[in-house]
Design a protein around this ligand. Structure first.
Ligand code: AMP
Length: 304
């Protein structure tokens, strides 16, 4: 079992109605890796600058994440994102994106990362996602996430990348924007026609929906009293979802495994949003995950 992830490794400056943080550790690959690390062996691929210190690497290594393929670029600066959220935390605004070391990134996978059975192409420029997909020759199951920015400025490359993976995870709004289909089911079907067998629509505080040829499944998000920062929720969902499938050895997941993966994705996202950046997941303990799965079961169970 092993899972390779490529995606942004970032410093994030974030403001929400509940507070703010300047240059905290973030990025799609980081949020994903921390969540997935509870279920399987995770390897992160991506560049950082000289401003990325031992303290940041330690956050990943403390969770057992393999960091040998994190490349430190001499004289470079780490990817930077600044954003804020409105009173309605579903509404996010990007105020600044600095690609920095990602602008000239040439993905190089070590033998270990190339051999991993599962691959997650986290949110980065879609041509980079395609290059990593081509290099990860051992991956029999590949999934991809993206965002509105790439749909706007690199749609053709993104559609090509989508044609090369087994599973796509996107926000419902992004699925509609990508396909031009206002109806979510039609939008998911249109993605499936391009190649992927599995489409997951992430719906923020409303939960997530799964679409395959055999199954449609939807779950709510766990109702939480304490939500401080939604940054990284989507990546934590993907980390729980794919980390669980890889840990189960599910190269060709059954409908039952996919449903359980949806719950673990939601559970990991629910922890992520309880505090800023990676703060909550860094102090998370495995029994808390199991307890929350139980809460989920109770929340969604009913007798006919
Ligand atoms: P999400 O899980 O969708 O909330 O993703 C949040 C993470 O995405 C943040 O930690 C950012 O560093 C990262 N991010 C924001 N914009 C971009 C971008 N254009 N490319 C790659 N990563 C990004």
């Amino acid at each position: 079992m092993a899972l390779t992830v490529v995606g942004s490794i970032a410093f994030d400056s974030v403001r929400t109605p509940f507070g703010e943080r300047d240059r905290m550790l973030g990025g799609s690959a980081v949020h994903f890796a921390l969540a997935a690390s509870f279920f399987t062996e995770v390897r992160v691929v991506g560049p950082v600058g000289e401003d990325f210190g031992a303290e940041e690497i330690a956050v990943l290594e403390d969770r057992g994440v393999e960091t040998a393929d994190i490349e430190r670029v001499p004289g470079g600066e780490t990817f930077f994102w600044r954003g804020h959220y409105e009173h309605d935390l579903n509404v996010a605004h990007t105020d600044d994106t600095q690609l920095n070391v990602f602008a000239d990134f040439e993905p190089k996978l070590s033998d270990g990362s190339r051999a991993a059975r599962t691959l997650f192409l986290g949110n980065i420029q879609p041509d980079l996602q395609r290059r990593v997909r081509a290099e990860a020759t051992g991956a029999s199951f590949a999934a991809l996430d993206s965002m509105n920015l790439w749909i706007e400025i690199a749609k053709d490359a993104l559609l090509a990348a989508i044609g090369e993976v087994d599973c796509v995870l996107l926000n419902d709004a992004e699925l509609r924007m990508l396909t031009g289909e206002p109806n979510l089911i039609q939008a998911a079907r249109s993605v499936i026609e391009r190649g992927p067998r599995i489409v997951v629509a992430k719906r923020g505080e409303y939960g997530a929906a799964l679409f395959t040829a055999e199954d449609t499944f939807a779950i709510p998000a766990l109702p939480l009293e304490e939500v401080r920062d939604p940054t990284g929720a989507g990546d934590s969902f993907a980390g729980g979802f794919l980390g669980y499938l890889d840990g189960e050895g599910a190269g060709d997941p059954t409908p039952e495994q996919l449903r359980r993966a949806m719950v673990l994705g939601s559970v990991m996202a629910s922890f992520n949003v309880e505090d800023f950046g990676t703060e909550r997941v860094q102090r998370l303990q495995r029994p808390e995950i199991d307890a929350r799965v139980g809460e989920f079961k109770a929340l969604t169970h009913f007798e006919e």
